[in-house]
Design a binder for this molecule. Structure first.
Ligand code: HEC
Length: 290
């Protein structure tokens, strides 16, 4: 195997290993960033939902309470206000979802289903848990943040304990079927925010591709430049030296002296070779005179 081949094998091995390692590290970092970004967005949505709930209780309900005798206004219900407000996001942010998932809801659209039931059950069994974060890997991966809905305020039970205790105007709209029988201190459901990961993940993928292509470009340039330098500075001069040595060794002194440019090791070797050749030529001449 020639010098260049050995050199290229080693170089290619190092470059490939370097690319694989760099790709792996950067891919992990970018995916983690995408996840953090999605989590931040989901956290913000959760805060927004809580803000809307507070606003409804503090600033809407007091003004509309007098009318509730005749006509029940769901606009005064914090769960309704938060669900409706964040549903408006869906137009501009498809896939972003807020839900107050409850096992026994007043409004059937709030019924917990599938994985949400498991989540609520988890909050019900462990009262200490205040937040859950997770990823759902379907055809479209999503991240969720969930917080338990616990009945910590006795006022809730006015509408959520028994139908008899609830305002008649409310029962006229919602009936008596759901949303009753909740207990003080019970975890009835969970606020769930889901945010799609598709776009940030696609962006991470694209960033990784750009990085890998740039790295490949840099490595390719390095490969070419090192090969050219190896050729010019080492392989070609060594080959010339070897041809000259071959001819001199057979007593052929006709060839011109090697030209050595610069002061590198190869030039020194060529000068030494020229001197060796001259000495040899002189010795041979002296020998042939006798
Ligand atoms: C004045 C009656 C009333 C009071 C008081 C009330 N709620 Fe409700 N609640 C409702 C109605 C009506 C709905 C259904 C709203 C809708 O259509 O989305 C509801 C919905 C909910 C939901 C969404 C799930 C479902 O049942 O549809 C949650 C969670 C909830 N309420 C929690 C509470 C908590 C916690 C309190 C106490 C802080 C409370 N509610 C106090 C009337 C009330």
């Amino acid at each position: 195997m020639g010098l260049r081949m050995k050199f290229n094998f080693a170089l290619a091995g190092v470059l490939l290993a370097g690319m694989a390692l760099a790709g792996w590290v950067v891919d992990r970092r970018l995916k983690a960033n995408a996840r953090e970004e999605v989590l931040r967005e989901a956290g913000l949505m959760m805060e927004a939902a809580i803000a809307v709930r507070t606003y409804t209780v503090d600033q809407v309900r007091p003004f509309l309470a007098p009318q509730m005798e005749q006509r029940f206004l769901p606009q005064t219900v914090p769960a309704y206000a938060a669900t409706e407000t964040l549903a408006a996001l869906r137009g501009t942010h498809p896939g972003y979802r807020y839900k107050e998932a409850v096992l026994n809801p007043t409004n059937p659209r709030d019924l917990a289903n599938g994985w949400e039931v498991d989540l609520v059950e988890r909050f019900r069994t462990s009262a200490k848990e205040t937040e859950a974060v997770g990823q759902l890997d379907g055809s479209r991966p999503v991240l969720y943040i969930a917080r338990p809905i616990r009945i910590s305020n006795g006022a809730c039970l006015q509408c959520h304990s028994t139908p008899a205790a609830a305002p008649p105007s409310m029962r006229r709209i919602y009936g008596d079927r759901g949303g009753f029988g909740w207990q003080h201190g019970e975890t009835v459901g969970a606020q769930v925010v889901t945010v799609p990961m598709e776009v940030p993940l696609a962006r991470a993928q694209q960033a990784l591709q750009t990085f890998m292509v740039s790295l490949l470009g840099v490595f390719a340039a390095l490969f070419v430049v090192l090969n050219l330098m190896l050729s010019w500075l080492i392989v070609a001069p060594v080959r010339r030296l070897s041809v000259a040595a071959d001819r001199v060794s057979t007593g052929d002194f006709q060839l011109p002296e090697l030209t050595a440019r610069g002061h590198d090791e190869i030039a020194t070797l060529a000068n030494s070779f020229n001197r060796l050749r001259r000495s040899l030529e002189k010795a041979m001449q002296m020998l042939s005179k006798h």
